[in-house]
Design a protein around this ligand. Structure first.
Ligand code: FAD
Ligand code: SF4
Length: 481
């Protein structure tokens, strides 16, 4: 077990809190989970640090507004299932959020203790109580309100869709989730790798949602298999669209069409969902490489790089055009990647992928960058320094972001969109079309699990208001008198 220094967003050292991680030399060779969570002793001690503030800022920092002090008080009293019950009043996916939420910017970022010392490790405590249930096998099912006779459809089974489905089922609605892929969970299942979020955890939390009465129909591409109009004709009173932003973005540099250039979403899906790393047992391979360059600096880039390493690459680079300070990935994941031997090339911008005579990747040519004045995003804009360098790589993975998938949105006539095909919604997920609601990445662009879940919660309330006749269920329209 090693000592881990937790670091805040502004990267000041704040603690010598012992988190348990697997040894980097061992873990980089397999897909087993890297972080081992808290021991019971650590959890109770950590819970004891909570000041039980009367006006807790941490709650405001959580997009689904978990009653954090209350759940922590249960942990302090060693009533772990009580703590979990409290969390589940607000959040049906605690084992997932405890692992992947960017807590340092959310609940923990607001913790008053963080101003002078280390904030309470809220995410780790959330994970602890959820894992406790998993190991004790005492799954509890919340009380369900009797059926109210109304059907609603949810399109997409990512965190946004699962949250809407669970919240509406708890209100007595008959909910069907339609999912295009052969496994539910969205990015949780096909994007985030096993070593960060084990599949058995996702399955268990989805099982909990199904136990509320939610039906999940797989291999069902709404917009192709069935249209939204047909779903309305089938008796669904309202529709929630949570189809995410799964289409890849291109850099637009020469060589992107060479063999062995992958887009991160395809690369990760092939490994996570189609088990490419188990080739030839599973027959959807990814080409294993000797030396890999991953372009980008977010969670997707870290996941791709660490996956490539586990597939057997001798060398893996992260190529990022700004500095370490601007990296959008969670700090913990950057630290994990560094420990595993991923090499970071900052202030480096790819300009061409060079192929061999068989059109396979041979090299990556990059510009050296310098940072100038801040751009519209508030981050300092990178500019070419005039110098360049070439990397000897035989695989390139593009992890520069995702955009909206047009299949469904284009099939709905008159739906208002913004930007690169994202759905325009109000604060509660109402679109301009009556009875059609949306939330998560398809409305915001690529964001976070918990922001998608927050959007799902607000939309569930708005759908209930609409079906119960309290509002008209479309953007800019006033509540019914
Ligand atoms: P998604 O999770 O994308 O789910 C959408 C679902 O809709 C998919 O299952 C898709 O198959 C389905 N679908 C699409 N079209 C149709 C259709 N026409 N009919 C039926 N179904 C359809 N966030 C964090 O908070 N922490 C992290 O550590 C983190 N790491 C990430 C790592 C990776 C590799 C990626 C890609 C993202 C990561 N994110 C992380 C972002 C986070 O996962 C997303 O913001 C979140 O999953 C968005 O949820 P969603 O429900 O809007 O969409
Ligand atoms: Fe923090 Fe995420 Fe848990 Fe909310 S769901 S308390 S933001 S870890």
């Amino acid at each position: 077990m090693k000592k881990c220094l937790l670091v805040t967003r502004h990267k000041s050292l704040v603690t010598v809190f012992k988190m348990r991680f697997r040894n980097p030399e061992k873990r980089k060779n397999d897909f087993k989970e890297v972080s081992l969570g808290l021991t019971e002793r650590q959890a109770v001690k950590e819970a004891g640090r909570c000041l039980q503030c009367k006006k807790p800022h941490c709650v405001a920092g959580c997009p689904v507004e978990i009653d954090i002090p209350k759940f922590i008080s249960f942990v302090k009293e060693k009533d772990y299932l009580g703590g979990l019950r409290k969390i589940r009043e607000f959040n049906m996916l605690p084992a997932i959020c405890g692992r992947v939420c960017p807590q340092e910017n959310q609940c923990q970022g607001q913790c008053i203790l963080g101003k002078k010392k280390r904030p309470v490790s809220i995410g780790a405590l959330e994970r602890f109580v959820a894992d406790y249930e998993l190991t004790s096998e005492k799954t509890e099912i919340p009380e369900i309100i009797p059926p109210n006779g109304h059907k609603a459809a949810v399109i997409g089974s990512g965190p946004a869709g699962l949250t809407v489905a669970a919240d509406l089922a708890k209100l007595g609605y008959d909910i069907t989730v339609f999912e295009a892929l052969h496994e539910p969970g969205g990015v949780l299942t096909y994007g985030i790798p096993e070593f960060r979020l084990p599949k058995k955890i996702i399955r268990k939390e989805i099982e909990f949602v199904k136990n509320l009465g939610v039906k999940i129909v797989l291999n069902w591409v709404v917009g192709r298999t069935q249209t939204v109009e047909e779903l309305f004709k089938d008796g669904f009173k309202a529709m929630f669209i949570g189809v995410g932003a799964g289409s890849p973005k291109y850099l637009g540099i020469p060589g992107e069409n060479l063999n062995n250039v992958y887009f991160a979403s395809e690369f990760l899906t092939r490994v996570n969902l189609m088990k490419a790393h188990k080739f030839p047992v599973y027959d959807t391979p990814v080409k294993k490489a000797r030396s890999v360059a991953v372009i980008g600096g977010g969670n997707v880039a870290m996941d791709s790089a660490r996956t490539a390493l586990r597939l057997g690459a001798e060398k893996v680079y992260i190529v990022y055009r700004r500095t370490e300070h601007e990296l959008p990935s969670r700090h913990e994941e950057v630290e994990n990647a560094k420990e595993e031997g991923i090499e970071f090339l900052f202030l480096s911008n790819p300009k061409e992928i060079i192929g061999d005579d068989k059109a396979y990747v041979k090299e990556l040519r990059c510009d050296k960058m310098v940072l100038c004045e801040p751009d519209a995003s508030g981050r300092r804009r990178p500019e070419c320094s005039g110098e360049e360098f070439t990397l000897d790589v035989d695989q390139v993975i593009m992890a520069i972001g995702q955009t909206s998938n047009p299949i469904l949105v284009r099939s709905i006539g008159g739906l208002n969109l913004w930007g690169e095909g994202y759905i325009k919604v109000d604060h509660d997920g109402r679109t301009n079309l009556k009875g059609i609601f949306a939330g998560g990445d398809i409305t915001t662009g690529a964001a976070t699990v918990i922001s998608a879940m927050g959007a799902g919660k607000r939309a569930a309330r708005a759908i209930d208001d609409y079906i119960m006749g309290r509002t008209v269920g479309a953007i800019h329209e006033l509540p019914l008198q």
